[in-house]
Write a protein that binds this ligand. Structure first.
Ligand SMILES: C[S@@+](CC[C@H](N)C(=O)[O-])C[C@H]1O[C@@H](n2cnc3c(N)ncnc32)[C@H](O)[C@@H]1O
Length: 232
């Protein structure tokens, strides 16, 4: 993978970004999983929604089309992928604010959003950035707001674990191994989210994609350090 710009691009290498939509549609049951994530998020009229690591914008455009009255924002670190997303949104007639930025320092006010969404994103981050990102997601949600995530989940059987090696070769072993060890729910709980659950698991050509849900409760979040000591 190429991290020369400080982040892992959509398909691991910048030159592959134009192929992202086709590859993901063919290999990850994209429509089914993104539809299930939006069903789970149960967005209501008037709500403010943020998609973190939005990539080519497929999820956030679908969210806007499904819920025309909602205010939708989307953030990604890669200007090239955001250009593709903005073009797709224009074609779809979707009104979306695309922001260039890092998930570890979200440029939004505390408590601004009712829903934070993220799909196929956390496995691009090393553990320290996963922690900072989860903290930031917690910060920008209002109390009672919800986080809904789709990403590579705890490994299934040996065959799906072996297939996942292809993803690890593209996106990196250090960032993906937390996912396949089933640590995302631990991560969300460690920054103060409540009612953290893995809600569904989908078998794909390259392994299991899980859906997660977590709620921002009333109590102050515990501070989480950058290391992963103490985690199972
Ligand atoms: C695999 S793509 C997922 C795109 C989209 N969410 C989807 O479901 O198709 C991961 C995206 O995360 C972005 N990304 C990686 N590291 C990031 C960071 N630290 N902050 C924001 N975006 C980042 C990449 O540029 C890429 O577009």
């Amino acid at each position: 993978m190429d991290r020369t710009k400080g982040f892992t691009p959509a398909l691991g290498f910048h030159a592959l970004t134009p192929l992202y939509d086709r590859v993901v549609a063919l290999t990850t049951r994209e429509r089914t999983i993104k539809r299930a994530l939006l069903d789970q998020a149960a967005i209501e009229p008037g709500q403010q929604v943020l998609d973190v690591g939005c990539g080519t914008g497929t999820l956030v455009i679908a969210a806007q089309r499904r819920h025309p009255g909602v205010q939708v924002s989307a953030l990604d670190a890669d200007p090239a992928v955001l250009a593709i997303a903005a073009r797709k949104a224009r074609h779809a007639g979707a009104d979306i604010a695309f922001d260039l930025g890092r998930s570890s320092a979200l440029p939004y006010a505390d408590g601004r959003f009712d829903r934070v969404l993220s799909s196929h994103f956390f496995h691009h981050l090393p553990w320290g950035d996963k922690l900072l990102t989860a903290q930031q997601m917690h910060r920008v949600l209002r109390t009672g707001g919800e986080l809904h995530v789709a990403d590579w989940g705890r490994a299934g059987g040996p065959a799906s674990r072996a297939a996942f090696l292809a993803v690890q070769l593209l996106d990196g072993f250090d960032t993906t191994s937390d996912n396949v060890a089933g640590l995302l729910p631990v991560l969300f709980g460690s920054v103060g989210f409540r009612q953290v659950e893995e809600t569904r698991r989908f078998a794909t050509a390259f392994g299991i994609i899980s859906l997660y849900r977590a709620v921002k409760g009333g109590a102050a979040p515990r501070r989480a350090g950058p290391a992963r000591q103490g985690l199972p």
